[in-house]
Design a protein around this ligand. Structure first.
Ligand code: UDP
Length: 450
């Protein structure tokens, strides 16, 4: 196949948010643009900086973020993002002054980069690591507040939101921040800065979210580049893991010993946390389901515990090898393993998309922010998953797993998931939607250089 190296001789700066779910897609995007010939510099914070030796084809530049140790260890992602938006502004400006590049590409949550680029007369492209469908909800925040849907009230949870079908009030994004107003303000601010950007790059594909993309295009009046799924592009760059934690690959040989489509893979991403009581309900629900399971229990997942202390003594042993626990998994590899039959997920966008790409049906248990919207789309729009309804209780867990893995109901969901997997693959081939949008993105980047 003919190589497209139109970016040769041009350097691009990409600025990453240090959160895992943001860093991974940004590094994938860097690889995609590198494969088009561009030289790439990743601009990152000192906190959670990526390891440059894993990406010898990319250059790295650290921006002093001024975070104290206490600030950097906050579990409040909104607070952390607010601090970065305030503290990185001057250091980024100092770094970029005098650089001649076609454009600056930054994570949407780092909205401070828009005024910096404006001052330096540098076009800015945005990478939005969440889905267009959830971003459309974010873009509606002022309206939702005006109409009384936000902040979410317990008494209205089951009410449909007329402007955003099929969402109900309970599906609207909220974030457990120390300051409840901070999430609303952050969202409104980054949506506002979209309008001054030169375009938005999305880790999705047109066939999946065409109506949200069209609506956002109408509302924001900037070009849209849905060029995902990023991690499925044929890349020449890194082959190493893009995650900040080291994956425990021993689970792959355990998966090799399991029957086809029998394993429930359980992971709630890099930020979500659960109570000890919820943890035990999950554990017993998995045990009682009689299905094999691979469970990622990240240190910090269980509030107030280091790691597995709350698990009853002998729990895993009593299952006779039916359960396997790791601190962090090679998730993309796990999802593509033939033994995996379902993904019990918190519906972070990366996890949702990775599951779609492998045709793995989901058990959806969203925790906060855009996860609730992603879960609703997975269960009610794409029909590739089931929601864990009601309270997180062991009988409910067992019932939901059986519904998806054993009952007839699961067959249709599995079929839908496989159909969508095919679409996620076709869009990347020559002439496919993501292939063509990437082509336009490269042309448009080159035309931005004055
Ligand atoms: N991930 C992983 N191993 C794990 C759990 C998660 O590699 O054991 C990766 C996963 O593949 C995804 C990212 O971490 O790319 C999580 O991002 P997501 O948007 O799903 O959730 P977040 O962590 O932002 O809540």
């Amino acid at each position: 196949m003919e190589q497209d190296e139109r970016g040769k001789g041009h350097r691009l700066f990409l600025m990453a948010s240090p959160l895992q779910g943001h860093m991974t897609p940004l590094l994938h995007l860097a690889d995609i643009l590198f494969s088009k010939g561009f030289s790439i510099t990743i601009v990152h914070t000192v906190f959670n900086s990526p390891n440059p030796s894993s990406y010898p084809h990319l250059d790295f530049h650290a921006i002093p973020d001024g975070l104290s140790q206490a600030e950097a260890s906050t579990l409040d992602a909104v607070k952390l993002t607010d601090l970065l938006n305030a503290r990185c502004r001057q250091p980024l400006k100092d770094f970029l002054a005098g650089e001649r590049v076609p454009c600056f590409i930054s994570d949407a949550s780092l909205h401070f980069t828009q005024p910096v680029c404006h001052e330096l007369k540098l076009p800015r492209l945005v990478l939005r690591t969440g889905s267009p469908s959830s971003t459309l909800v974010f873009a509606s925040f002022p309206l939702l507040r005006q109409k009384g849907y936000l902040p979410v009230q317990e008494s209205r949870l089951e009410e449909p939101v007329p402007d955003l079908p099929p969402l109900k009030v309970k599906d609207l994004p909220e974030f457990p921040s120390q300051d409840p107003e901070a999430f609303y303000k952050l969202v409104c601010r980054f949506v506002e800065e979209f309008k001054a950007s030169s375009g938005i790059i999305w880790n999705t594909f047109e066939e999946l979210e065409s109506s949200a993309l069209t609506k956002l295009h109408q509302d924001l009046s900037v070009p849209m580049y849905p060029i995902g799924p990023f991690h499925k592009h044929c890349l020449t760059g890194s082959t190493s893991s893009t995650t900040l934690l080291t994956p425990d690959k021993s689970c792959m040989s355990w998966l090799d010993t399991q029957e086809r489509r029998s394993v429930v893979y359980v992971s709630f991403g890099s930020i979500a946390a659960i109570s000890e009581a919820e943890f035990l309900e999950i554990a017993w629900g998995l045990a009682n389901s009689n299905q094999p399971f691979l469970w990622v229990i990240r240190p910090g997942l269980i509030r107030g515990s280091e790691w597995l202390e709350p698990l009853p003594d002998g729990f895993l042993e009593s299952l006779g090898g039916r359960g396997y626990i790791v601190k962090w998994a090679p998730q993309e590899q796990v999802l593509s393993h033939p033994a995996v039959g379902a993904f019990w997920t918190h519906n972070g966008w990366n996890s949702t998309l990775e599951s779609i790409c492998e045709g793995v049906p989901m058990i959806c248990m969203p925790c906060f922010a855009d996860q609730k919207v992603n879960a609703k789309y997975a269960s009610d729009v794409w029909k590739i998953g089931v929601q864990l309804e009601n309270k997180l209780e062991r009988v409910e867990v067992e019932r939901t797993i059986k519904k998806l893995m054993v009952a007839d109901e699961g067959n249709e969901i599995r079929e839908n998931a496989l159909n969508l997997k095919e679409k996620a693959s076709v869009c990347l081939r020559q002439g496919g939607s993501s292939y063509s949008f990437l082509d336009s993105l490269v042309s448009d980047i080159l035309s931005l250089e004055s």
